[in-house]
Design a protein around this ligand. Sequence first.
Ligand SMILES: Nc1ncnc2c1ncn2[C@@H]1O[C@H](COP(=O)(O)OP(=O)(O)OP(=O)(O)O)[C@@H](O)[C@H]1O
Ligand SMILES: [Mg+2]
Length: 112
Amino acid sequence: MKKVEIITRQEKLNGLKELLILHNCQGMTVSSVMGCGRQRGYIPEMNIIGEDINLLPKIMVFTVIEDKELDTLLADITNVIGTGRAGDGKVFVYDVDEVVRIRTNERGSSAL
Ligand SMILES: Nc1ncnc2c1ncn2[C@@H]1O[C@H](COP(=O)(O)OP(=O)(O)OP(=O)(O)O)[C@@H](O)[C@H]1O
Ligand SMILES: [Mg+2]
């Protein structure tokens, strides 16, 4: 199993939710976060990269999926929410060792 963590623009949340459901994700967790990437939170067109770090509001969505779903999900995330502009976001992927569905005590991918 893989944990897929997506940090992107707030307005991409609805598209991302629909995409995850299309990919048979059984659940997701969403938070509001603050962050910056390489431009340190400044607008690149304005060409004023400050000394300080400007944190911008973003959404962070994570889901845990079966390994076989990973490649198509990553490809679709880029296609569906990418704009080609700085600040589109980033996806981090982690291995997940175990899941417990508390109500049923199921474990592993059938517990997702
Ligand atoms: N290396 C990182 N570690 C942790 N979080 C990151 C990292 N890079 C980006 N993020 C998070 O992702 C958000 C969006 O990053 P962003 O898309 O601006 O990345 P970038 O590397 O600057 O790429 P781009 O040049 O396309 O803007 C950031 O606000 C931050 O919350
Ligand atoms: Mg950036």
